[in-house]
Design a protein around this ligand. Structure first.
Ligand code: GTR
Length: 430
């Protein structure tokens, strides 16, 4: 078995034990020299220790095996029970945004256990494109109306404060428009589809009483099992429901649906892309711990810390790895590998040390052998690229100056990456 030994630590092991065994107080490690030695699982070694040496063996055995491990040990298993859903297209206005866009308002009604969960979807499509539009799909943190000041966007049915679950007054229209530069994205020929993550499952620990989970409880069940989906799993499931709708819409290019997410929603975008191959590409923006960052590096946010602060995000099994990262049967480079051979762009920010930019880069780098086995290039950079020197290989990477945020300039990079890796099979209108 090939193993990867990363980073040498100058400190003695007694000291290491003391640092990582103490739950309180938590002081994140931001010192590269203090990253412990670790060995990553090799994504191309099968359960019996043999080498995965063909695309066929990857597809038929290794990929399902790794998906199952991520499900059972980290994000929780997504239910496979059949459910009913229907789509309501409320409006399709081709004169939106001063006539430059078509705005569609859709509700995806999901039914289960006698309950209906309405998921409200906002879509903008570029009018200048005559062909079905490629589209970025992503969840938002505070409601669809925060993505743009457009007065026609309905307010969410209910907004919950992340963490506390307090019901709050919706933020102002367009409050998050810096993260969703709709006109800019449309000008590049891409559409945008977004949904409030709280519609799918509000972002607080309520033992899964609300949101989508109860729709899938077995008769008599009122609590999740240790290996069942948490909130990130539910959000990823919601992203797939968006694709279900998009597949019915002839104005969308079904071959170019790109999932994008920032931070906790970046972790979500990666898990959605890993599970649902209808996503043609993925963009992780500052997804950090539980997303693109390697857990074993324990740089910035750690498994213990994320499970403590956000007990509802992952399944209960994931808590077994608190201060015990080396016992994980997977690491995050294998989440990147599960997207292969589809393109994935990993983005970081210099000041966002909590998300471990270097760990995000390395997971892309160490996913590369899987991409190569499948006949495409992996990450074209061996060393971490310089600030603002994006690499647009099949596994892309970009780090910029600044903070944990999504900026209009980041969207230029996302569009460049998509242009490069998902060229249109149609004649470009531009
Ligand atoms: C932080 C969390 C990160 C990241 C971020 C966010 O508090 O520790 O893992 O997800 O929130 O989603 O903004």
């Amino acid at each position: 078995m090939r193993s990867y030994i990363l980073a040498t630590m100058l400190l003695g092991s007694t000291f290491v034990t003391n640092v990582w065994a103490q739950p309180q107080p938590f002081s994140p490690n931001y010192d590269e020299d203090k990253v412990p030695k670790f060995e990553l699982p090799d994504p191309l070694v099968a359960a019996d220790g043999s080498r995965v040496d063909s695309a066929d063996a990857w597809r038929s055995e290794q990929r399902p095996r790794l998906l199952k491990l991520f499900a059972e040990q980290m994000f929780g298993i997504t239910p496979t029970t059949p459910f009913q859903q229907h789509f309501t297209l409320h409006s399709a206005d081709d004169q939106a945004l001063d006539g430059t866009a078509t705005r569609k308002l859709v509700t995806i009604n999901v039914q289960g256990n006698g309950r209906t969960l309405p998921l409200d979807l906002l879509i903008y499509l570029p009018n200048k494109t005559r062909q079905p539009a490629p589209i970025f799909v992503g969840l938002n943190f505070e409601g669809n109306h925060t993505a743009h000041a457009d007065p026609e966007i309905p307010f969410p049915r209910q907004v919950y404060k992340s963490g506390s679950g307090e019901k709050i007054v919706p933020a102002a229209r367009g409050a998050q428009s810096g993260r969703w530069p709709v006109e800019q994205i449309l000008a590049r020929g891409y559409g945008v589809a977004t949904m409030y993550c709280g519609d799918i499952d509000p972002d607080f620990d309520d033992q899964f009483a609300n949101g989508v989970h109860p729709l899938f409880y077995e008769p008599g069940q009122s609590q999740l099992h240790d290996d069942q989906w948490g909130t990130i799993g539910a959000w990823a499931w919601g992203l797939s429901r968006i694709v279900d709708y998009l597949m019915t819409d002839a104005d969308i290019d079904h071959e170019r649906i790109i999932v994008m997410g920032h931070s906790r929603l970046g972790k979500t975008a990666m898990w959605a892309a890993a599970q649902d191959e209808r996503f043609a590409a993925a963009v992780s923006n500052s997804s950090g711990c539980g997303g693109a960052a390697l857990s074993r590096r324990r740089f910035g946010e750690t498994v213990q810390r994320i499970n403590q602060n956000f007990p509802h995000w992952f399944c209960r099994n994931f808590k077994k790895y608190n201060n015990n990262e080396d016992a994980l049967p997977i690491d995050q480079h294998e989440l990147v590998a599960l997207v292969a051979p589809r393109p994935i762009l990993i983005c970081s920010a210099v000041n966002d040390r909590w998300a471990d930019p270097r760990g995000e880069f390395l997971s892309g780098k160490y996913a590369s052998p899987v991409f190569r086995l499948l006949g495409v290039e992996g990450m074209a950079a061996d060393e971490m690229p310089a600030v603002d020197a994006p690499v647009y290989s099949r596994i892309g990477y970009r780090i910029r100056e600044g903070d944990h945020q999504v900026l209009p300039g980041d969207w230029s990079i996302f569009c460049d990456f998509a242009d490069h890796n998902l060229p249109s099979s149609h004649c470009s209108p531009q």
